[in-house]
Design a binder for this molecule. Structure first.
Ligand code: NAD
Length: 424
């Protein structure tokens, strides 16, 4: 099956256009000049590859893959690789741009990139996925590199795929290159604290925002959509700070308990049930569409894109939204959220704990040295808090919502660096 340009997305906003709409507002507030605007708006490089892979039945199938480098102004580009049947170029372009802004918001020396392969990893054997990962790596051997472009996991990929990528890259280069990829298994040069880093950053952002809103975590309630890496860790760490998590959800459905869900127990249940909450009995099963509009103080979307839209935004009761997922709020919903006075800690700030600790992994690989968990967590927490304060200060200075403020901080940093480096 070859990738085909998708028909216009019927019920969804195009993620790249959604990103650009916010970019345009921030660029206007900043008074960005035309030259810099044109440089920053388009991805630097977009590569489409077609990789032949021998399947277990002996037949050769050709898979289409992408790697988009949105920017390398701040440094080597950084961004995950998504394996999904419906991944498409505009989605990868948007995700690559979000990586540029994310790295700039947390002030780490990386540009932004993203990759994707059109495939269904859940219907492929481990051998097929390994051959696909190695073939994709080999076809992008001139793009990847610890000083050029550094991939990481995203939806459908994890430490296993990163190990294959690192091994294939190292074989083709003739020496072991740990720093070509992050999110590796610990024994292969992965960092302590990387697994929980994104969820931890979501929790730190939530606590910082609650302090601004004068909300007491111990008297607040929350809903977390998505119970994977980001959602489960965010829920666990927020619950440890006293927040009562009344609702959680995953692909199997949504679960609610008026007295609060025991998150440790729910995680243990999920781990024993193939990563899913299906059949979880300690909570009432509710309609997943209603989860986001339930009466709670804090909403944490940590699953997929485009879930807070003009269809449900009117009914949202939370005072605070902390975006664990990338792009969970549609552009059109932004205005209504702002009119309702809901504070949003936007994706490019709230979920940047992951890339921050990926950066630490790369730093450790290059030093040939391992940091303690304490050092990783302390440094990541400091960066998240400082970044939150920078964005909050920009939102006051320019009198704009936190999302636009985050874009302003990011664009300003990349634009300033571009000016110092100079163009052609
Ligand atoms: P994951 O695959 O570990 O978990 C995703 C979770 O969402 C699963 O529980 C799945 O069942 C659930 N889910 C999927 N579709 C759903 C739906 N329609 N409704 C409710 N739940 C649904 O993925 P993850 O790594 O936790 O990533 C989640 C989001 O966070 C993605 O948008 C990802 O791009 C973003 N993100 C992840 C990281 C990271 O370090 N893992 C970093 C930054 C951003």
């Amino acid at each position: 099956m070859l990738y085909k340009e998708p028909a216009p997305i019927k019920d969804r906003e195009n993620p790249f256009e959604s990103m650009m709409s916010r970019f345009n507002i921030a660029a206007e507030v900043l008074g960005l000049d035309d030259e810099t605007y044109n440089v920053l708006k388009s991805p630097t490089r977009q590569v489409i590859v077609n990789v032949p892979v021998t399947m277990d039945d002996g037949k050769v199938r050709v898979f289409e893959g992408f790697r988009v480098i949105h920017s390398n102004i701040l440094g080597p580009s950084k961004g995950g690789i998504r394996y999904a049947p419906d991944v498409f170029l505009d989605e990868v372009k948007a995700l690559a741009a979000w990586m540029t802004w994310k790295c700039a918001v947390v002030d780490i020396p990386y540009g932004g990139a993203k990759g994707g392969i059109v495939c269904d990893p859940y219907s492929m054997s481990s051998g097929e996925i390994e051959r696909l990962t190695r073939a994709y790596t080999s076809s992008l051997i001139d793009i990847f590199g610890p000083d050029q472009d550094i991939p990481a996991p995203d939806m459908g990929t994890g430490p296993r795929e990163m190990a294959w990528l690192m091994d294939e890259y190292s074989k083709l280069k003739g020496s072991t290159v740990h720093g070509v990829v992050t999110g590796k298994p610990l024994v292969l040069g992965g960092s302590l604290g990387r697994v929980e880093a994104t969820g931890r950053g979501v929790m730190v952002s939530a606590m910082a925002a609650m302090a601004k809103l004068k909300m007491n975590p111990a008297q607040s309630t929350a809903v977390v959509q998505g119970f994977g890496n980001v959602g489960a860790w965010a829920a666990k760490l927020m619950a440890e700070r006293g927040v009562k998590i009344l609702g959680i959800s995953d692909v199997s459905g949504a679960y609610w308990n008026d007295n609060g869900i025991n998150i440790e127990e729910a995680i243990a249940y999920k781990n024993d049930h193939n990563g899913r909450l299906e059949g979880y009995k300690e909570a009432e099963k509710i309609n997943p569409d209603e989860l986001l509009t339930m009466n709670v103080d804090v909403l944490v979307p940590a699953a997929v894109e485009d879930v807070i839209t003009i269809k449900n935004v009117d009914k949202i009761k939370a005072k605070l939204i902390v975006e664990g997922a990338n792009g969970p709020t549609s552009y059109k919903a932004d205005n209504i959220i702002n009119e309702k006075g809901i504070m949003v800690v936007p994706d490019i700030l709230a979920n940047s704990g992951g890339v921050t600790v990926s950066y630490f992994e790369w730093v450790q690989n290059r030093m040939g040295f391992k940091w303690t968990l304490n050092r990783v967590n302390e440094r990541a927490e400091r960066i998240m808090k400082e970044s939150f304060e920078r964005v909050y200060a920009a939102s006051k200075k320019y009198n704009v919502p936190m999302r636009i403020a985050a874009y302003i901080v990011a664009i300003d940093k990349v634009a300033m660096t571009y000016k110092y480096r100079g163009g052609f």
